[in-house]
Design a protein around this ligand. Structure first.
Ligand SMILES: Cc1cc2nc3c(=O)[nH]c(=O)nc-3n(C[C@H](O)[C@H](O)[C@H](O)COP(=O)(O)OP(=O)(O)OC[C@H]3O[C@@H](n4cnc5c(N)ncnc54)[C@H](O)[C@@H]3O)c2cc1C
Length: 439
């Protein structure tokens, strides 16, 4: 039985979170609006504001809720997390204030699963406490969507691993205390067993951030962007820096992505809802050609289509969360990919309409819509491009189907009609015609 219901105690927490995000956290989006601000642990003023906010979140038992009990989290299932993430999606700063900012969440999962006790003490605990941030360094400048093309190498030299190569779009590298780096250690192995994963302290000699690349929504940053183009110049780390075994880099990477994608999807629902609310307010407020916009059929169509798309997407994400909660590990793979593919489109379509209905004002930096709109292309690429997830969906779905047995499709009408005539021959008579028979 599908069940997305929320018990009253948790609903009370969600109500608290909704009010808290609106009143206490959304102002941070205005005060510290740049892409890297939530990750910049050196910004004393921002930290002075968020520390007490994070304490309030802890007091409510809502800090880092994605963690299982073994890591001090409440062990909420994905449906509960989805409802919380829907609220957090309203604000760029909210994931940081609630201890659920990516990629730190996924990196924490990797360290928890594959790190040594020493690595956990040194990195995992401060990460979980929100005191440091981290980077996931996988994409390379010549190849992102296909990790089988990666060239960054690592080899063993005595009691050290040596990492050498380039990485592209390693987000937040400029603020990170450590990087989780994927490198080829088994070049002759089958494609999916060539890579291994390493934890690399940011201060290790040989790490050069060639530049910090900015995306279009970060263009007006005071400083450079936040996506590190990194050269690893024969960077040396101890043998136990390898997370998982040699050639298990893909397995380790996969361990971190599933839940995070669902959280991201539900945060997108929250952002879309905010844009949708703005659309409705505008439609009811703005007059042109003798009526408010809300009375124009074209505008009604915008609102109806947006509401349908938003509700469809919200149900898809909740259903995915429910599958993760109730079915064996891996059962939600197709669903998660569906959430990822649909996410950029639903966000684009709803924000585009909301922006359009606000006319010239919608295009300005005096409303959040243009800024959100510029974030859409990134959504369709980060964490794997749309096409790759579509391929996953199609392959999984096709496994439940098979090729036609004969020359013609199994729904070909002539043989089916023949079979139908035979099936009811005792009523149709010798001519097999299904014509109307007068009583
Ligand atoms: C905002 C943002 C943050 C990011 N953060 C990180 C990070 O922290 N760490 C990290 O390692 N990486 C990060 N990335 C990189 C991200 O993982 C890559 O952008 C993504 O994997 C795509 O790789 P690429 O950019 O090299 O695109 P390419 O591989 O060059 O893709 C080019 C085009 O080919 C299309 N394509 C790919 N495969 C297929 C296919 N099978 N069929 C048809 N078309 C296809 C793609 O959709 C795209 O349109 C981030 C990206 C963004 C935008």
């Amino acid at each position: 039985m599908l069940d997305f219901s929320i018990e009253p105690e948790y609903q009370a927490k969600l109500d608290w979170a909704a009010r808290f995000v609106r009143e206490e956290v959304e102002p941070l989006d205005l005060l510290f609006p740049h892409g890297g601000d939530p990750y910049d642990t050196g910004n004393a003023k921002a930290r002075a504001i968020i520390k007490p906010l994070q304490e309030q979140v802890r007091a409510q038992g809502l800090w880092a809720c994605h963690l299982g009990p073994e890591l001090g989290g409440p062990g909420y299932g994905q449906v509960k997390l989805a409802y919380l993430n829907e609220i957090l999606g309203r604000s760029y700063w909210a994931p940081t204030v609630f201890g659920t900012a990516a990629p730190d969440t996924g990196n924490a999962e990797i360290l928890a699963m594959f790190g040594t006790d020493e690595q956990k003490a040194r990195y995992l605990q401060p990460l979980l406490d929100g005191d440091i941030v981290s980077t996931f360094s996988m994409t390379e400048p010549h190849a992102g969507a296909d990790p089988k093309e990666f060239r960054c190498r690592a080899w063993q030299d005595g009691d050290e691993w040596v990492i050498d190569g380039e990485k592209w779009f390693s987000s937040n590298a400029r603020y990170a205390s450590f990087l989780i780096v994927m490198a080829v250690t088994e070049p002759d192995a089958p494609a999916h067993s060539r890579m291994s994963m390493f934890v690399v302290p940011a201060e290790t000699p040989g790490i050069e951030i060639k530049r910090n690349v900015g995306t279009m929504d970060e263009r007006d940053s005071e400083d450079e962007g936040i996506h590190g183009y990194i050269r690893y110049h024969q960077v040396r780390v101890p043998l136990d820096a390898m997370l998982g075994g040699p050639g298990e880099g893909f397995t380790v990477a996969q361990a971190r992505l599933g839940g995070g994608r669902v959280h991201h999807a539900m945060r997108t629902v929250g952002k879309c809802t905010r844009a949708f609310d703005m659309m409705c307010e505008r439609a009811l407020s703005r007059r042109t050609q003798g009526t408010v916009l809300a009375e124009k059929q074209a505008v009604q169509q915008f609102i109806a289509d947006s509401w349908i798309e938003l509700q469809q997407y919200r149900l898809l994400v909740l259903n995915t969360a429910w599958v993760i909660d109730t079915q064996p590990h891996g059962a939600a793979r197709t669903q998660i990919a569906m959430c990822k593919v649909a996410m950029a489109k639903v966000l684009h379509d709803i924000i585009q309409r909301a922006l359009h209905l606000h006319g010239s004002l919608g295009t300005t930096n005096e409303l959040p819509l243009a800024h959100w709109w510029m974030g859409v292309p990134s959504l369709a690429l980060a964490d794997g491009p749309t096409e790759v997830h579509r391929t996953t969906i199609a392959k999984q779905v096709l496994r439940n189907h098979s090729a036609a047995e004969g020359l013609f499709p199994s729904e070909h009408i002539p043989p089916k009609l023949e079979a139908a005539r035979k099936r009811y021959a005792h009523i149709l008579g010798d001519d097999g015609l299904a014509g109307r028979v007068n009583a």
